[in-house]
Ligand binder design. Structure first.
Ligand code: HEM
Length: 437
């Protein structure tokens, strides 16, 4: 039998606990100044559902978070830095079906079998990128990002003449988007949208270049067997139109480099911090002949190291959704138009769900279920969770394998690295090196 929410006995949003805050802005000034410390205190002092201000609620109950993620696209909406207010919501809601088609293309391009058939090529291009930057002190995040964007452009469209400038645009898009989100420019309708215009400009140029590659490829005709993601898109039995092909390529390129590069940078930092664990992973990776369809098949311990780094440092440290209609959640009636925020970073460090949550302990992943359900979400979940989970894990494993088998890491200690809670959880000012063995 379907259980209906008991609306009458539900508390309303106005009865929700939260810091008193100020007369009009409520808790928003304190929250905006330092969201992660606000969230940490709010969870400690008020529990799992806390009012931030008139329009925002912070949640840390994994069951409630799961419900929101599962119901996204129906009762909840993913917001965008480009579309604000009711008009923005309407545009975003209308675009969901076409976005889901494009997302489906990306998901199909990143399946286990698609990655498996390109494993050697992925490994080779990662090795080339890593080698090029070896033995020099570098901005680790920028360089890992550069390597991944080249690797992914190759995965998507081979070595077309435009590849270098396309991977440059993909990287620029990331840094411009971070600047835009940090600036809060879109919060205030009266502000000039200089950063929005900049990201739009980069986007326009990226699409233009992708369109020219797609047109040329279509003219040339595809290979008998698709050799890259673009071949696959063009050869699809139900031929896609040009704008969808361009959008799918763009989404794949944007999705597959910034978050994974951030994840990898934290993974490298954890490996450098724990030489004993790094040595165990190195021995396993040297002995592994292949990674099989499931990355854990050939290298379970190394995979556990990656999962553990993603637990302590999930690049997407905060996720937001907006209620599209009145909903019932954790015993509250929440009206339409509220922003709901939750933090994988905090859920991953919650001692109610994890044993010794602050300890870096890959072994926990080799035991049975190391946490209660829904308490681990570095890839989010539900209809809008990451469609590139498998590709992300494989990229990370190949990268780690290349580094540990051939180089030593020279990185600052994790305590010296600033955790920057920006649009992503970034390792601030990190410089380091991988030095040939
Ligand atoms: C370690 C690597 C990765 C991590 C930790 C990661 C994590 C995430 C997270 C947390 C989201 C947000 C979901 C949400 O708002 O609920 C996301 C979205 C997304 N990811 Fe990944 N990701 C990774 C790798 C990849 C790769 C390799 C691809 C490309 C195949 C990819 C493509 C995407 C796309 C297209 C979205 C947007 C999905 C949507 O809005 O429906 N990701 N990812």
């Amino acid at each position: 039998m379907v259980a209906f929410p008991d609306w009458i006995n539900m508390r309303t949003r106005s009865g929700m606990p939260g810091p008193r805050g100020r007369f009009l802005p409520g808790g928003s000034i304190e929250f905006n100044n330092n969201p992660i410390s606000w969230m940490t205190r709010a969870r400690r002092d008020f529990g799992d559902v806390v009012r931030i201000d008139r329009d925002r609620i912070f949640l840390s109950d994994p069951e409630a978070v799961h419900e929101i993620l599962i119901e996204t696209n129906k009762s909840y909406l993913i917001e965008s830095a480009f579309a604000a207010g009711r008009k923005g919501d309407a545009i975003l809601t209308e675009s969901v079906p076409s976005f889901m088609d494009i997302r489906g293309d990306v998901r199909r391009g990143a399946t286990k079998s698609a990655i498996q058939s390109h494993l050697e090529r992925l490994a080779k291009s990662i090795a080339a990128g890593v080698r090029e930057r070896a033995n020099q002190e570098v901005d680790v995040l920028r360089e890992v990002q550069h390597i991944l964007s080249c690797v992914n452009v190759d995965y998507c469209m081979g070595s077309d003449p435009e590849s270098a400038s396309i991977s440059g645009l993909v990287e620029q898009h990331f840094w411009a988007s971070i600047e835009l989100v940090n600036s809060g420019e879109t919060h205030w309708p009266w502000e000039k949208r200089l950063l929005v215009d900049r990201v739009r400009g980069i986007n326009g140029e990226l699409k233009e270049q992708l369109r020219s590659v797609v047109r040329r490829r279509k003219k040339e005709g595809t290979a008998d067997h698709p050799v890259d993601f673009l071949d696959y898109l063009i050869a699809d039995s139900n031929p896609l139109n040009e704008s969808r092909t361009v959008s799918s390529l763009r989404l794949m390129l944007l999705g597959s480099h910034a978050i994974p590069a951030t994840a990898l940078t934290w993974i490298l930092l954890h490996l450098a911090e724990e030489p004993y664990l790094a040595e165990m992973a190195r021995q396993e990776l040297c002995a592994a002949r292949s990674f099989g369809q499931h990355p854990g098949e050939g290298a379970p311990f190394s995979l556990a190291v990656i999962k553990e780094a993603l637990r302590l440092h999930p690049p997407t440290w905060v996720i937001a959704r907006r209620t599209l209609r009145e909903v019932s959640l954790s015993g509250y009636r929440i009206p339409a138009g509220q922003q709901l925020l939750f933090s994988p970073y905090l859920i991953h460090r919650d001692e109610r769900s994890w044993v010794a949550p602050e300890r870096f302990d890959p072994q926990r992943w080799l035991r049975n279920m190391p946490h209660p359900r829904y308490s681990y979400l570095p890839f989010s979940m539900g209809s809008r969770g990451c469609p590139g989970v498998h590709m992300g894990m494989m990229q990370s494993l190949l990268f780690v394998s290349e580094i540990l088998r051939n180089y030593t890491l020279r990185m600052p200690s994790l305590h010296e690295v600033d955790e920057r809670f920006e649009a992503l959880l970034l390792p601030g000012g990190l410089r380091g090196a991988w030095v040939s063995l």
